[in-house]
Design a protein around this ligand. Sequence first.
Ligand code: PDD
Length: 278
Amino acid sequence: RIVYVNGEFLPEEDAKISIFDRGFLMADGVYEVTSVLNGKLVDYDGHLTRLERSLTALDMPEPEGMDALLEIHRELVKRNNLKEGGVYLQITRGAADRDFLYPEHPKPSLVMFTLAMTLKKSPKAEKGLKIISIEDQRWGRRDIKTVQLLYPSMGKMMAKDAGADDAWMVEDGFVTEGTSNNAYIVTRAGTIVTRQLSNDILHGITRAAVLRFAREAQMQVEERPFTMDEAKDAAEAFITSATTFVTGVVEIDGVTLGDGAPGPVSRRLREIYIEEAE
Ligand code: PDD
Protein backbone atom coordinates (compact mmCIF):
# COMPACT_ATOMS: atom_id res chain seq x y z
CA ARG A 1 0.00 0.00 0.00
CA ILE A 2 0.96 3.60 -0.61
CA VAL A 3 0.08 5.74 2.41
CA TYR A 4 0.21 9.47 3.13
CA VAL A 5 2.18 10.92 6.06
CA ASN A 6 2.70 14.65 6.60
CA GLY A 7 3.10 15.74 3.01
CA GLU A 8 4.52 12.54 1.52
CA PHE A 9 3.15 9.51 -0.31
CA LEU A 10 5.22 6.51 0.79
CA PRO A 11 5.14 2.71 0.82
CA GLU A 12 3.55 1.78 4.17
CA GLU A 13 6.77 0.22 5.51
CA ASP A 14 8.60 3.56 5.11
CA ALA A 15 5.97 5.69 6.88
CA LYS A 16 7.05 6.95 10.31
CA ILE A 17 5.54 8.83 13.25
CA SER A 18 7.38 9.91 16.42
CA ILE A 19 7.02 7.87 19.63
CA PHE A 20 6.26 11.25 21.27
CA ASP A 21 3.22 11.83 19.06
CA ARG A 22 0.33 12.80 21.34
CA GLY A 23 -1.99 10.56 19.35
CA PHE A 24 0.12 7.62 20.55
CA LEU A 25 0.72 8.87 24.13
CA MET A 26 -2.67 10.45 24.91
CA ALA A 27 -5.17 9.52 22.20
CA ASP A 28 -4.99 13.23 21.37
CA GLY A 29 -6.28 12.85 17.85
CA VAL A 30 -9.34 12.73 15.63
CA TYR A 31 -10.19 10.63 12.61
CA GLU A 32 -12.59 10.05 9.74
CA VAL A 33 -13.40 7.04 7.56
CA THR A 34 -14.83 7.91 4.15
CA SER A 35 -16.13 5.03 2.09
CA VAL A 36 -15.18 4.39 -1.52
CA LEU A 37 -17.60 2.77 -3.93
CA ASN A 38 -16.64 2.12 -7.59
CA GLY A 39 -13.49 4.16 -6.96
CA LYS A 40 -15.54 7.20 -5.86
CA LEU A 41 -15.61 8.87 -2.42
CA VAL A 42 -19.01 8.78 -0.72
CA ASP A 43 -20.22 11.89 1.14
CA TYR A 44 -16.76 13.48 1.30
CA ASP A 45 -18.13 16.95 2.21
CA GLY A 46 -19.98 15.58 5.23
CA HIS A 47 -16.84 13.91 6.56
CA LEU A 48 -14.76 17.06 6.01
CA THR A 49 -17.32 19.21 7.85
CA ARG A 50 -17.37 16.82 10.82
CA LEU A 51 -13.54 16.65 10.84
CA GLU A 52 -13.37 20.45 11.09
CA ARG A 53 -15.92 20.34 13.92
CA SER A 54 -13.84 17.72 15.80
CA LEU A 55 -10.67 19.83 15.41
CA THR A 56 -12.43 22.95 16.68
CA ALA A 57 -13.92 21.10 19.66
CA LEU A 58 -10.42 19.98 20.74
CA ASP A 59 -8.73 23.29 19.93
CA MET A 60 -6.47 21.43 17.55
CA PRO A 61 -4.87 23.44 14.74
CA GLU A 62 -5.19 22.25 11.15
CA PRO A 63 -2.18 20.29 9.88
CA GLU A 64 -0.32 21.18 6.72
CA GLY A 65 -2.05 19.61 3.74
CA MET A 66 -5.52 20.42 5.04
CA ASP A 67 -6.33 22.55 1.98
CA ALA A 68 -5.40 19.64 -0.32
CA LEU A 69 -7.35 16.99 1.58
CA LEU A 70 -9.71 16.07 -1.25
CA GLU A 71 -6.82 15.72 -3.72
CA ILE A 72 -4.89 13.56 -1.23
CA HIS A 73 -7.95 11.31 -0.82
CA ARG A 74 -8.28 10.98 -4.61
CA GLU A 75 -4.54 10.41 -5.10
CA LEU A 76 -4.51 7.60 -2.50
CA VAL A 77 -7.52 5.93 -4.12
CA LYS A 78 -5.76 6.17 -7.50
CA ARG A 79 -2.30 5.02 -6.37
CA ASN A 80 -3.77 2.02 -4.57
CA ASN A 81 -6.24 1.27 -7.35
CA LEU A 82 -8.98 1.11 -4.70
CA LYS A 83 -12.40 0.27 -6.09
CA GLU A 84 -14.29 -0.48 -2.87
CA GLY A 85 -13.44 0.19 0.77
CA GLY A 86 -12.48 3.33 2.62
CA VAL A 87 -9.96 6.07 3.20
CA TYR A 88 -8.84 6.42 6.83
CA LEU A 89 -7.65 9.87 7.92
CA GLN A 90 -6.14 10.76 11.30
CA ILE A 91 -4.97 14.09 12.66
CA THR A 92 -3.13 14.21 15.98
CA ARG A 93 -1.70 17.14 17.90
CA GLY A 94 1.74 15.87 16.91
CA ALA A 95 4.95 15.20 18.83
CA ALA A 96 5.82 17.08 22.02
CA ASP A 97 7.53 16.25 25.33
CA ARG A 98 5.05 14.31 27.43
CA ASP A 99 2.79 16.78 29.24
CA PHE A 100 -0.94 16.81 29.93
CA LEU A 101 -1.06 20.43 28.81
CA TYR A 102 -1.24 21.01 25.09
CA PRO A 103 2.09 22.16 23.59
CA GLU A 104 2.29 25.90 22.99
CA HIS A 105 3.35 25.47 19.37
CA PRO A 106 1.82 22.19 18.23
CA LYS A 107 2.79 20.67 14.90
CA PRO A 108 -0.16 18.43 14.07
CA SER A 109 0.34 15.21 12.10
CA LEU A 110 -1.80 14.06 9.21
CA VAL A 111 -1.84 10.39 8.30
CA MET A 112 -4.01 8.72 5.67
CA PHE A 113 -4.30 5.23 4.20
CA THR A 114 -6.74 3.14 2.20
CA LEU A 115 -8.68 0.10 3.41
CA ALA A 116 -9.89 -2.44 0.85
CA MET A 117 -13.31 -3.81 1.92
CA THR A 118 -16.35 -5.45 0.38
CA LEU A 119 -19.12 -3.00 1.17
CA LYS A 120 -21.87 -3.55 -1.37
CA LYS A 121 -22.11 -7.35 -1.49
CA SER A 122 -21.29 -7.81 2.18
CA PRO A 123 -22.25 -11.29 3.48
CA LYS A 124 -22.98 -9.72 6.91
CA ALA A 125 -25.51 -7.37 5.35
CA GLU A 126 -27.25 -10.26 3.58
CA LYS A 127 -27.53 -12.35 6.76
CA GLY A 128 -28.14 -9.56 9.24
CA LEU A 129 -26.35 -8.91 12.52
CA LYS A 130 -26.62 -10.37 16.01
CA ILE A 131 -26.31 -7.66 18.64
CA ILE A 132 -25.77 -7.76 22.39
CA SER A 133 -26.27 -4.85 24.78
CA ILE A 134 -23.51 -3.53 27.01
CA GLU A 135 -23.22 -0.59 29.35
CA ASP A 136 -21.96 2.61 27.71
CA GLN A 137 -18.76 3.42 29.59
CA ARG A 138 -17.31 5.98 27.18
CA TRP A 139 -16.57 9.61 28.03
CA GLY A 140 -19.15 12.38 27.63
CA ARG A 141 -18.06 13.90 24.28
CA ARG A 142 -18.97 11.13 21.88
CA ASP A 143 -19.87 13.74 19.27
CA ILE A 144 -16.13 14.32 18.76
CA LYS A 145 -14.62 11.59 16.57
CA THR A 146 -11.48 10.93 18.64
CA VAL A 147 -9.09 7.99 18.35
CA GLN A 148 -9.89 6.93 21.96
CA LEU A 149 -11.40 3.65 20.78
CA LEU A 150 -10.51 1.29 23.63
CA TYR A 151 -14.04 0.92 25.01
CA PRO A 152 -15.62 0.35 21.57
CA SER A 153 -12.85 -2.23 21.00
CA MET A 154 -13.70 -3.94 24.31
CA GLY A 155 -17.37 -3.86 23.31
CA LYS A 156 -16.66 -5.63 20.02
CA MET A 157 -14.64 -8.26 21.92
CA MET A 158 -17.50 -8.78 24.39
CA ALA A 159 -19.85 -9.26 21.41
CA LYS A 160 -17.45 -11.71 19.75
CA ASP A 161 -17.05 -13.70 22.98
CA ALA A 162 -20.86 -13.89 23.24
CA GLY A 163 -21.10 -15.21 19.65
CA ALA A 164 -22.58 -11.93 18.36
CA ASP A 165 -21.45 -9.48 15.66
CA ASP A 166 -21.58 -6.22 17.57
CA ALA A 167 -22.83 -4.43 20.69
CA TRP A 168 -25.26 -1.60 21.32
CA MET A 169 -24.39 0.59 24.28
CA VAL A 170 -26.95 1.52 26.92
CA GLU A 171 -26.89 4.51 29.26
CA ASP A 172 -29.56 5.33 31.87
CA GLY A 173 -31.77 2.65 30.33
CA PHE A 174 -31.59 3.95 26.75
CA VAL A 175 -29.54 2.86 23.76
CA THR A 176 -26.93 5.43 22.75
CA GLU A 177 -25.42 3.81 19.63
CA GLY A 178 -23.42 0.83 18.36
CA THR A 179 -19.68 0.48 19.07
CA SER A 180 -18.90 1.96 15.63
CA ASN A 181 -22.30 2.78 14.14
CA ASN A 182 -25.63 4.47 14.83
CA ALA A 183 -28.55 2.32 16.04
CA TYR A 184 -32.16 2.24 14.81
CA ILE A 185 -35.34 0.29 15.36
CA VAL A 186 -38.50 0.14 13.25
CA THR A 187 -41.61 -0.08 15.43
CA ARG A 188 -44.49 -2.44 14.63
CA ALA A 189 -46.34 0.67 13.38
CA GLY A 190 -43.50 1.20 10.88
CA THR A 191 -41.83 4.24 12.46
CA ILE A 192 -38.05 4.47 12.25
CA VAL A 193 -36.65 5.44 15.67
CA THR A 194 -33.08 6.59 16.35
CA ARG A 195 -31.59 8.64 19.16
CA GLN A 196 -31.54 12.43 18.61
CA LEU A 197 -28.22 14.24 18.11
CA SER A 198 -26.41 15.40 21.26
CA ASN A 199 -22.99 14.93 22.89
CA ASP A 200 -24.07 11.35 23.72
CA ILE A 201 -23.54 9.97 20.21
CA LEU A 202 -21.44 10.49 17.11
CA HIS A 203 -23.30 12.52 14.50
CA GLY A 204 -23.10 9.91 11.77
CA ILE A 205 -22.69 11.12 8.21
CA THR A 206 -24.50 8.00 7.00
CA ARG A 207 -27.23 8.70 9.59
CA ALA A 208 -27.87 12.16 8.14
CA ALA A 209 -28.13 10.78 4.59
CA VAL A 210 -30.31 7.81 5.54
CA LEU A 211 -32.78 9.93 7.56
CA ARG A 212 -33.03 12.32 4.62
CA PHE A 213 -33.75 9.43 2.20
CA ALA A 214 -36.29 7.92 4.62
CA ARG A 215 -38.19 11.21 4.89
CA GLU A 216 -38.07 11.72 1.12
CA ALA A 217 -39.60 8.23 0.74
CA GLN A 218 -42.45 9.31 3.12
CA MET A 219 -41.31 6.98 5.90
CA GLN A 220 -42.09 8.09 9.47
CA VAL A 221 -38.98 9.04 11.46
CA GLU A 222 -38.74 9.80 15.19
CA GLU A 223 -35.49 11.05 16.70
CA ARG A 224 -35.69 10.02 20.36
CA PRO A 225 -34.07 7.55 22.76
CA PHE A 226 -35.34 3.94 22.85
CA THR A 227 -34.85 1.13 25.38
CA MET A 228 -33.57 -2.41 24.83
CA ASP A 229 -37.07 -3.72 25.66
CA GLU A 230 -38.52 -1.61 22.87
CA ALA A 231 -35.76 -2.85 20.54
CA LYS A 232 -36.42 -6.52 21.35
CA ASP A 233 -40.11 -5.95 20.60
CA ALA A 234 -39.46 -4.01 17.34
CA ALA A 235 -40.47 -5.17 13.86
CA GLU A 236 -36.88 -4.61 12.69
CA ALA A 237 -33.64 -2.96 13.62
CA PHE A 238 -30.57 -1.77 11.76
CA ILE A 239 -27.30 0.14 12.00
CA THR A 240 -25.62 2.74 9.78
CA SER A 241 -21.98 3.75 9.26
CA ALA A 242 -19.61 4.60 6.43
CA THR A 243 -18.34 1.02 6.35
CA THR A 244 -21.66 -0.83 6.76
CA PHE A 245 -24.03 1.60 4.95
CA VAL A 246 -27.40 0.32 6.22
CA THR A 247 -27.18 -3.20 7.72
CA GLY A 248 -30.09 -5.11 9.23
CA VAL A 249 -30.04 -6.44 12.79
CA VAL A 250 -31.78 -9.81 13.19
CA GLU A 251 -31.11 -10.69 16.82
CA ILE A 252 -30.91 -8.56 19.97
CA ASP A 253 -29.73 -10.10 23.27
CA GLY A 254 -30.79 -13.53 22.01
CA VAL A 255 -34.26 -12.41 20.82
CA THR A 256 -34.95 -12.93 17.10
CA LEU A 257 -36.62 -10.01 15.30
CA GLY A 258 -39.35 -10.76 12.75
CA ASP A 259 -38.53 -13.84 10.67
CA GLY A 260 -34.82 -13.62 11.47
CA ALA A 261 -33.81 -11.98 8.17
CA PRO A 262 -33.11 -8.26 7.53
CA GLY A 263 -36.48 -6.49 7.35
CA PRO A 264 -38.05 -4.63 4.41
CA VAL A 265 -37.40 -1.10 5.74
CA SER A 266 -33.67 -1.66 6.29
CA ARG A 267 -33.33 -3.49 2.96
CA ARG A 268 -35.08 -0.64 1.12
CA LEU A 269 -32.94 2.02 2.85
CA ARG A 270 -29.77 0.08 2.02
CA GLU A 271 -30.83 -0.06 -1.64
CA ILE A 272 -31.58 3.66 -1.76
CA TYR A 273 -28.32 4.52 0.02
CA ILE A 274 -26.23 2.47 -2.44
CA GLU A 275 -28.11 3.84 -5.47
CA GLU A 276 -27.45 7.41 -4.29
CA ALA A 277 -23.78 6.66 -3.47
CA GLU A 278 -23.07 5.11 -6.89
N1 PDD B 1 -17.28 4.58 12.83
N2 PDD B 1 -21.08 5.99 15.96
C1 PDD B 1 -19.80 5.63 16.23
C2 PDD B 1 -19.41 5.44 17.65
C3 PDD B 1 -18.88 5.45 15.18
O1 PDD B 1 -17.61 5.12 15.45
C4 PDD B 1 -19.31 5.63 13.82
C5 PDD B 1 -18.38 5.47 12.65
C6 PDD B 1 -20.66 5.97 13.58
C7 PDD B 1 -21.21 6.19 12.21
O2 PDD B 1 -20.72 7.38 11.62
P1 PDD B 1 -20.58 7.51 10.03
O3 PDD B 1 -21.93 7.23 9.46
O4 PDD B 1 -20.18 8.93 9.83
O5 PDD B 1 -19.56 6.51 9.58
C8 PDD B 1 -21.49 6.15 14.68
C9 PDD B 1 -16.30 4.43 11.77
C10 PDD B 1 -16.86 3.87 10.51
C11 PDD B 1 -15.13 3.63 12.33
O6 PDD B 1 -14.78 3.89 13.47
O7 PDD B 1 -14.57 2.78 11.62
